[in-house]
Structures are given as structure tokens and as C-alpha cells.
Design a protein around this ligand. Structure first.
Ligand code: GDP
Ligand code: IMO
Ligand code: MG
Length: 428
């Protein structure tokens, strides 16, 4: 298999980490192409639980080459902290490659992220506070600092000066904060240079050569379709392209190399942070999903907002990403419910709408139209084939498949690595 993309179909935390880990042993490279340490992927292997933020989940598989590509924003301190924590637990991280073109998150990005959120007041996005938005803003504004810059002290100093000129005015005059000194940033970044040097590579070239040689490359998206800066619920989004197209621009591998697009989708919906969420529940059912699904952010620990499955969102994802396969996760969390509502369309100002409305205000006002499906009470965590699932669970999956615009090739039935039902080979 050539290049495969794995992305989130909803608002994140669908279980992408687990899905990547599932494929890990059959791929040669795992590439993170967007976002930074705003991501939080939990992977459960036996009794061990790993929480990854900046590193791709594939790093947990022996022999895989993990790659942080150009589309990522890298907080170097976090990078080394994560590498050290994994090394201490016996994970081999020596293969990691970091793109020379990836942008760096510095202290001033984190500061600007937090002060802007505070000043937004009620209009807050609820960011992770990791400096993601400000780092991408600098990249687009052409005042970003790239990994390669830390190997040339003069260039680095000039760039940091350029980046801080406007920001210090803003911090001091608007936000009433202290100015950030050029030298403190420069010396902090330079202190990582020698440790970082052996990992830095022209990752676009490495990946293209690997594909030429017939290797399998898995692109692992951070965040998700509805958090994509172009295709998500703007402005309540992250600042990168989390959709499959981002894998090409974020890595330097051309779109026509990509043969498979796997979207991970939860059997219900969750969202962290602010923004529209038509199927959100504010009653006991919402609390049930949160506690049974353990829906608390891996990165910030915030309780996740919860709601029923939204088929128009899944269909939208299928379209935007060119999804070939869905991995449906957390089906086990629904066990015990008498009936399970699924949003099949919306009503906007009294009119039935089948697709995600392009107008943000319409999406804000969209009222879900539900169809109810009968639940099941049998424990499904031991199911390993589709036939092992109770009939009502199979019918629920088949109904979602018919509504969501692509086949459901695998079904998560528990947090562990082995708790999965595979219906179609994801790589074959
Ligand atoms: P990611 O950001 O998409 O990688 O997802 P997160 O790791 O933030 O959140 C998904 C959570 O669901 C993690 O705690 C996983 O261990 C857990 N998980 C993944 N798949 C399943 C599943 O099929 N069933 C259950 N019960 N938990 C799952
Ligand atoms: P994974 O990869 C869920 C959300 C934040 C906020 C918005 C912008 O684990 O699925 P940012 O810090 O990126 O500027 O915040 O995006 N967000 C996520 N929500 N899962 C994630 O990553 C997220 N990464 C960012 O909560 O609403
Ligand atoms: Mg997550």
C-alpha cells in the first residue's frame, strides 16, 4: 500500500490514536502532518496507558519511523519531555524525524494564546492554550520561526526580533503584559539545537523516497474535520487543516499518492471547547455518555460536551475527506441504552435540511431530526467479528453505514488494542 491518511470525522477525540496503533505494525512510517501538542491521543496497550500529544501515535510500534512533518507546529520543550517520558517507559524513540520546515511554538505564542482568549470573554474559542493559533498566525503572516532557523544564530535572532516587534506592542499596550525579551527566546531555542540536530531532516524527500521504494506511509491527522480551519465550524476551530488534504500540504507528499482515507468516527459525538454542536445533550443521557465513555480531555482534562451521532456531519466528512473507510469507535459505550437516537437531518427555521448548512448561523440554529434505534444490553467488549455483536448492535452499525456515506470497516468495542471488530482490511 502507498500513502494512507487517517483523520477524525467529528470534533476530535474519536479514537485516532487507537486506530493508528491498530495499523502500526503494518506500516513503515507514521506521519503527523498538522496541529501540535493540542492533540491528545490515548493508546491502551495491555495494562499500560499512553497519552501522546505532539508525537504521532505510531511511535509506540517497534520499527515504525515516526515523522513530524512540515505542517506541524512544534513546542520543542514538549517534544523533549514526551520523548523522555516514552524512553523512561522503554519505548524506542530513536527513529524520530522532524521536518526542517516545521514551525516552532515559543513562549510568546503560548502567552498570546492565553491573553487573547481571556480578552475574548464570552466569545472565547476555548483553545487548549498551547500557542497553536498564534504560531500558525505567524506562519501565515511570514514571521514564523522554523526548526531550521535554530541552526543559524544570526538568522534566528533577526527572525525573533521581527516576530516580537509587533507582539510586544500588543502585549504591553493592549494586554498590559510585560514585553518579552529577544535574548531570552533566542537562548532558550538555541539550547535545544544540538539535541535536535540529528532528528532534523528533509522529511518530504524522505517520505517520497520511501513511497518510491514501496513502503507504507500512514498520515495521522490531529484534531478533526469539524475543527479544520477551512472546513470546520469557523471560528470555533483549530488553526490547521485537519482534513485529508492537509496530509499533502503538511508533508510534501502529493495528493495522487494517497490511496486510502480512513476516518475515525465515534458511535456518538463529543466536542471540547466552544462552538455549534446540534446533537449536544444537556440531560442525563449526556452525563451517561460522558461518564460511561470517560469523556474528559486528554490534553486539558476538560469534560467533553456529549451528544448523539450526527449523520449529516459524518456525510460531510465523507465528502470533504474522500473517505474510503470509517472506523467506528466506542460502540461499547452505548451498551445498556433502551433506544439510541441518531440525527439523520436537521430542521433549520422549520425547513428540513439533509446536509451540514454552509451558513454558520443556520448550523447554530439547526435542530436535529432524530430516528430511534433499539439498543442492546449484552456486553460487546469481547466481540471480535461482526457476527459476535448482538443483532441490534449490528443493525445500529448498518444504519450508520447507510447514513454516513462510506463503509464502516472496523468497530471499536473497548479501549484496549485488541478490542476491535474488523469487517474489511484497512490496508488490503
Ligand atoms: P484521539 O484524540 O482521536 O486519538 O482520541 P482520544 O485518545 O483523545 O480519545 C479517545 C478515547 O477513547 C481514549 O481514551 C481511548 O482509549 C478510548 N477509546 C478508543 N476506542 C475505544 C472504543 O472502541 N471503546 C472504548 N470504550 N474506548 C475507546
Ligand atoms: P485530538 O487530536 C478535541 C479544540 C479546542 C478548541 C479548538 C481550538 O486529540 O482529537 P487550539 O488549541 O487548537 O487552538 O483550540 O480546538 N481542539 C481539540 N478538541 N481534540 C483535539 O485534538 C483538539 N485540538 C484542539 O478544544 O475548541
Ligand atoms: Mg484526543
Amino acid at each position: 500500500m502507498p500513502a494512507i491518511v487517517l483523520i477524525g470525522a467529528q470534533w476530535g477525540d474519536e479514537g485516532k490514536g487507537k486506530a493508528t496503533d491498530l495499523l502500526g505494525s503494518r506500516v513503515d512510517y507514521v506521519v503527523k502532518f498538522n496541529g501540535g501538542n493540542n492533540a491528545g491521543h490515548t493508546v491502551v496497550i495491555g495494562s499500560e496507558k499512553y497519552a501522546l500529544h505532539l508525537l504521532p501515535s505510531g511511535i509506540l510500534t517497534d520499527g515504525v519511523v515516526p515523522v513530524i512533518a512540515n505542517g506541524v507546529v512544534v513546542d520543542i520543550e514538549v517534544l523533549f519531555d514526551e520523548l523522555e517520558a516514552l524512553t523512561a517507559r522503554g519505548v524506542d524513540v530513536s527513529n524520530l524525524l522532524v521536518s526542517a520546515n516545521a514551525h516552532i511554538i515559543t513562549q510568546y505564542h503560548r502567552t498570546v494564546d492565553r491573553v487573547t482568549e481571556r480578552f475574548l470573554g464570552k466569545r472565547q474559542i476555548g483553545t487548549t492554550g498551547r500557542g497553536i493559533g498564534p504560531a500558525y498566525a505567524d506562519k501565515i503572516n511570514r514571521v514564523g520561526i522554523r526548526i531550521q532557523d535554530i541552526f543559524d544564530e544570526n538568522i534566528l535572532r533577526q527572525k525573533v526580533e521581527g516576530a516580537l516587534e509587533q507582539k510586544n506592542h500588543l502585549l504591553v499596550k493592549v494586554y498590559n503584559r510585560r514585553a518579552i525579551g529577544v535574548e531570552e527566546i533566542v537562548s532558550d531555542l538555541l539550547s535545544y539545537a544540538e539535541r535536535l540536530r540529528p532528528m532534523v531532516a528533509d522529511t518530504g524527500l524522505v517520505l517520497n523516497k520511501a513511497l518510491e521504494a514501496g513502503k507504507t506511509v500512514l498520515f495521522e491527522g490531529g484534531q478533526a474535520t469539524m475543527l479544520d480551519v477551512d472546513h470546520g465550524t469557523y471560528p470555533f476551530v483549530t488553526s490547521s487543516n485537519a482534513t485529508s488534504g492537509g496530509a499533502a500540504t503538511g508533508s510534501g507528499v502529493a495528493p495522487n499518492r494517497i490511496e486510502r482515507v480512513i476516518a475515525v468516527v465515534k458511535a456518538y459525538t463529543t466536542r471540547v471547547g466552544a462552538g455549534p454542536f446540534p446533537t449536544e445533550l444537556f440531560d442525563d443521557s449526556g452525563e451517561y455518555l460522558r461518564s460511561k465513555g470517560f469523556e474528559f480531555g486528554t490534553t486539558t482534562g476538560r469534560p467533553r460536551r456529549t451528544g448523539w451521532y450526527d449523520a449529516p456531519v459524518a456525510r460531510y466528512s465523507a465528502r470533504v475527506n474522500g473517505v474510503t473507510d470509517f472506523v467506528l469507535t466506542k460502540l461499547d459505550v452505548l451498551t445498556g441504552l433502551t433506544t439510541i437516537p441518531v440525527c439523520v437531518a436537521y430542521e433549520v427555521d422549520g425547513v428540513r435540511v439533509e446536509e451540514v448548512p454552509v451558513s454558520q448561523s443556520d448550523f447554530h440554529h439547526a435542530v436535529p431530526v432524530y430516528e430511534e434505534f433499539p439498543g442492546w444490553s449484552e456486553d460487546i467488549t469481547g466481540a471480535r467479528t461482526f457476527e459476535d455483536l448482538p443483532k441490534n448492535a449490528r443493525d445500529y452499525v448498518l444504519a450508520l453505514e447507510a447514513l454516513s456515506g462510506s463503509r464502516i470497516s472496523a468497530i471499536g468495542v473497548g479501549p484496549g488494542r485488541e478490542a476491535i471488530v474488523v469487517r474489511h482490511d484497512l490496508l488490503g
